[in-house]
Ligand binder design. Structure first.
Ligand code: SF4
Length: 382
């Protein structure tokens, strides 16, 4: 199938060849694809064709056959939340039974277990808990830094929790970021993004901040010289256009700030949630992963989700991904149906069977997001 469309201002209209060969040739020359080309690829390209084009972009950043991984745990420090997202099976309202907040000792026990299992990354993810003040977070993070130093790294909060925390403490995003940084925080990750369109958020999570607020907060985090990441979740009721809008906003943010260290996409687990539904197939996830790699040509590290796809996530290494977690816990997705295996060798062996040699990656080591972005700009000539 082959068609053409035009783009650009009337004085400089460019005719674009919408065919696999045409798009592949442009990508091979280091050129970007636009939304129309992405949509066309999604609707028309075969799996093999998507893999090949994604591989072209992956090879700009990573040696063929290489991949990295981390052993990590998500620490769900509280399940009390007022946001009431309809896709969440994890939260309890403040008045409901079953709500909890982990003590410092309980957090330390989880971190000790993580180290014992060979991991060194923890990611804190809880809810919008109105009973937790900024002091709770600052004291907890300072205590972790004091106890573990650089033996482990932690993602302190997601952007969504950061937004709630700043609002609750009546602080600007810049002030909230500075307070957390002073407490030893180095990372605030891009979680809580799901699908970054205002329409999606109005449908499913109207108390979880707007897209504009999300990026405003992330801009403040980058300006405070904290590290951050981009994420995405697919498999709700989002349209292809909404997925493309999410990718376009993410790419634009990276062009503007260079602050995104990586991009991770995972799939919605619908069990025991209010909206329910059925999971999308692994095949659809893999195709989407390829599209992410092709579209996000300014983010070197594209991650595939073992948490929601188990070892089949590693097939994503052939669809443009280069990195993955081996998680030992995440109550949020486990409550909605995710299953976790601690048989790391079996999972790593699957990567080897697929032709990849996994290397452990320590999150605190390596080039900064800014350096990575500079390197990408040099490569794509942006
Ligand atoms: S997804 Fe997060 S913000 Fe939304 S209800 Fe669940 S815990 Fe709260």
């Amino acid at each position: 199938m082959n068609s053409r469309y035009t783009r650009g201002m009337s004085s400089s209209i460019v005719s674009v060849d919408l065919s696999v060969g045409g798009i592949a040739a442009r990508v091979a020359r280091g050129l970007r694809i636009g939304r129309d080309e992405a949509r066309w690829l999604w609707e028309n390209a075969s799996d093999v064709e998507l893999r090949e084009i994604a591989g072209t972009v992956r090879d700009r950043f990573h040696r063929p056959g290489s991949c990295t991984y981390m052993v990590m745990r998500i620490i769900n420090y509280t399940n009390v939340c007022v946001a009431q997202c309809d896709y969440c099976a994890f939260y309890r309202l403040p008045s409901q039974e079953g709500g909890y907040v982990l003590s410092e000792e309980a957090v330390f026990a989880k971190l000790d277990e993580l180290l014992a299992l060979g991991g060194d990354l923890a990611a804190f993810n809880g809810g919008f808990n109105p009973h937790l003040l900024l002091s709770y977070y600052c004291e907890l993070f300072a205590a972790i830094r004091a106890r573990y130093g650089d033996r482990l790294e932690f993602y302190a909060l997601t952007i969504a929790e950061f937004l709630y925390l700043a609002d609750h403490a009546k602080l600007s995003y810049a002030e909230a970021a500075a307070r957390l940084k002073a407490a030893g925080v180095r990372w605030i990750t891009g979680g809580g993004s799901e699908i970054l369109t205002e329409e999606f958020r109005a449908r499913h999570s109207k108390f979880k901040y707007t897209v504009a607020e999300y990026f405003e907060a992330q801009r403040a985090i980058v300006a405070a010289e904290l590290k951050t990441t981009a994420t995405m979740v697919i498999g709700f009721d989002e349209s292809v256009e909404e997925r493309l809008e999410h990718l376009e906003r993410t790419r634009r943010f990276q062009d503007e700030t260079g602050g995104l260290a990586s991009f991770l996409c995972w799939t919605f687990k619908p069990y025991f949630t209010q909206i329910g539904g059925i999971e999308i197939s692994t095949a659809e996830y893999l195709r989407h992963l390829a599209l992410c790699r092709i579209y996000l040509d300014n983010i070197p590290r594209i991650r595939t989700s073992v948490l929601t796809q188990n070892e089949r996530a590693l097939e994503g290494l052939s669809y443009g991904a280069d990195d993955f977690d081996l998680p030992i816990e995440d109550e949020v997705t486990q409550k909605a149906g995710a299953t976790i295996s601690l048989d790391f060798e079996r999972i790593l062996n699957y990567a080897r069977e697929l032709g990849y040699e996994p290397e452990y990656r320590h999150v605190s080591v390596g080039e900064s997001p800014w350096m990575a972005a500079q390197r990408v700009r040099a490569i794509v000539g942006d």
